[in-house]
Design a protein around this ligand. Structure first.
Ligand code: UDP
Ligand code: MG
Length: 338
């Protein structure tokens, strides 16, 4: 399916203490999304959704001045620092364009890639995510990210593209699907993979930050990593279940062996009191492991239930080989897209 006709574009940009970046960023955006470039890529308009994630510097004032001078943006100021992922979600909630892009404020996500992504969208893709081939960052951070993406991909039950962050372009249907996911723990790149649709990657070399310093403290990175792992998989819990069940089987075998030996009148070379103590310890631990196994079975399912994710998402309805759209009655079926 190819898409024709003009399409509107919203670009979400989360900002946390990025005052040094505002001049550079707005200049680069205006250069990239010039009227000629928009026309060339069939874009009817561009709007920047700047989310100020509780900055304590002059980010908001600087953005407001740009808007007053005609920069086509809206500034949405969050009441405090809610974190990058939640700031992106605020942008997704605000966006109403045909296409929604997400980029970082520090120009590590080259905006001109969004134009190439728009061309891919025309070919029929719903999500075009940027895939980092190289990063200009410290070795520790590179190793950390490399291992993190591989662990998440290994643990996740949905296909999670490697080395892709939040930098992407999404079709309206995908944005709507993301908005309908009710969970609070929002690991956006994971949710984006989870909703499905036709997705593809666009490889790029990630440049260094253009000004200022990283706004991801170690604590924030740790939270992102653990949220990413925990919100996309209950496999670690399953590993714990396998371990505890294995111990239970082993201990049951040992207790059974000792009891049968006793019943058959076998003389063990340990004093009876010590033997009884062994039996109590081993059987007690075995029983505890069985309880952990049972608890794991319920906790995992409870975790999946409380997320209240839709059980399916409709991409399109096909009738007599024609796509006749998707049901519009979102009230009847909240996760069916219009
Ligand atoms: N950011 C945010 N809230 C935060 C931390 C970061 O909105 O609590 C924004 C930040 O302004 C930037 C993007 O998230 O636009 C990515 O942050 P950064 O470039 O500092 O992360 P890094 O590239 O170093 O991982
Ligand atoms: Mg950055």
């Amino acid at each position: 399916m190819t898409r024709t006709g003009p399409a509107s574009l919203d670009v979400i940009i989360p900002l946390f203490n990025e005052e040094e970046m505002i001049d550079l960023l707005t200049a680069e955006l205006s250069r990239t999304f010039s009227p000629e470039a928009l026309a060339k890529h069939g874009l009817s308009r561009v709007r920047y959704i700047m989310i100020d994630d509780g900055s304590s510097d002059n980010t908001a004032t600087a953005v407001s001045a740009k808007i007053a001078a005609g920069f086509p943006a809206v500034l949405c100021r969050l009441s405090r620092n809610f974190g990058h992922q939640n700031a992106v979600c605020a942008g997704l909630d605000y966006s109403d364009a045909d296409l929604t892009g997400v980029i970082d404020a520090d120009l590590q996500d080259p905006p001109e890639l969004l134009l190439q992504m728009a061309d891919k969208w025309r070919e029929g893709f719903h999500v075009i995510y940027a895939e980092r081939r190289k990063r200009q960052e410290s070795v520790v951070k590179r190793i950390g990210y490399w291992s993190f993406y591989r662990i998440v991909a290994f643990l996740s039950s949905v296909h999670m593209p490697l080395d892709s962050g939040d930098f992407c372009l999404m079709d309206r249907q995908v944005v709507k699907a993301l908005r309908r996911l009710p969970e609070n723990l929002r690991f956006v790149r994971g949710l984006r993979a989870w909703v499905g649709f036709k997705q593809t990657g666009l490889p790029f070399d990630r440049p260094a930050r253009k000004a200022g310093v990283t706004k991801y403290s170690f604590g924030k990175l740790y939270k992102l990593a653990t949220d990413g792992i925990a919100s996309f998989s209950i496999r670690p819990l399953k590993v714990a279940q396998v371990l505890s069940f294995s111990y239970f089987i082993l201990s049951a075998g040992l207790v059974g062996f000792l009891l049968v030996g006793l019943l058959l009148g076998h003389q063990f070379s340990i004093p009876p009191l010590t033997l009884i103590t062994y039996l109590l310890i081993v059987s007690g631990n075995g029983a505890l492991c069985l309880c952990v196994y049972i608890l794991g079975a319920y906790v995992g399912r409870t975790y999946l239930e409380v997320k209240q994710r839709p059980v399916y998402i409709v991409q399109e309805i096909v009738h007599n080989n024609d796509v006749v759209g998707t049901p519009r009655n979102a009230a009847d079926a909240p996760h069916v897209l219009d």
